[in-house]
Design a protein around this ligand. Structure first.
Ligand code: C5P
Length: 231
């Protein structure tokens, strides 16, 4: 069976303020490469990938120097002030290819597995789209603003959204609209606002987003355990 053909958008235009330091988190060193190279690798390795658009910060000088930048399927655009605006810019660069399945993956998620991509692509023709997510397993506490517990929340039916998220590109573009709403922290929430109910596809809890400095050794351990190589 031939692989599902898809395009991809990778937002990588954020500054990553929670990491501290001056290097954006996507360019931090990780397992013989950088965070973004590991985030791109499983997408570039997939035989169904047609085109991949990376949204970069306006002052980015690093991406062009990466080996992945020379891949003929890859192009870059300038991202926007929010993640949603960066994704919208990426969709715009797809041209007519936006009219098909588009997978959106954070440039700061270096531990995506090929198996997760496969599970998501099984829903490529679902008009509501699909996203990787993991069920919440811990007990949830609501804070009172003063470091104390105000309440214990019911965790049943709650999932944490990961990426990739997969939608028909044109539908997602319309759902993102002018992409200025700060409540839109993932593509699925834009689709939900437009009246769709995207499918939850169970992902791997190891598919973490690099947000804090201690996330890097965790990602390093996951990649070492898998034994994959960047080049
Ligand atoms: O900030 P956060 O961790 O949610 O960012 C997730 C992804 O979105 C990162 O890869 C980041 O570079 C990207 N992003 C972007 N444009 C922005 C803000 C974040 O492409 N304006």
């Amino acid at each position: 069976m031939s692989p599902v053909a898809f395009n991809a958008v990778v937002p990588a235009a954020g500054a990553g303020a929670r990491m501290g330091g001056t290097t954006p988190k996507t360019y931090l060193p990780l397992a013989g490469g950088t965070v973004i190279e590991w985030a791109l690798a499983p997408l570039l390795a997939h035989p169904g990938l047609q085109r991949l658009v990376v949204a970069l910060a306006p002052d980015d000088t690093r991406f062009a120097g990466l080996q992945a930048a020379s891949d003929a399927r890859l192009l870059s655009v300038t991202g926007g002030a929010s993640r949603a605006a960066s994704v919208a810019a990426g969709l715009g660069a797809l041209g007519s290819a936006v009219d098909g399945p588009v997978l959106v993956h954070d440039g700061a998620r270096p531990c995506l597995s090929g198996d997760e991509i496969e599970r998501l692509l099984a829903f490529a023709s679902d008009p509501a789209g699909a996203l990787l997510a993991v069920p919440v397993r811990d007990t949830l506490k609501r804070a009172d603003g003063d470091g104390h517990v105000a309440a214990t929340e019911d965790r049943s039916g709650l999932w944490r959204a990961l990426t990739p998220q997969l939608f028909h590109g044109g539908t997602l573009r319309d759902a993102l609209g002018d992409a200025t709403d700060s409540a839109i922290t993932d593509e699925a929430s834009a689709m939900e606002r437009a009246g769709y109910a995207p499918r939850l596809v169970e992902g791997d809890p190891a598919n973490i987003k690099i947000t804090r400095p201690h996330d890097l050794p965790l990602a390093e351990a996951v990649l070492a355990m898998r034994g994959g190589q960047l080049r």
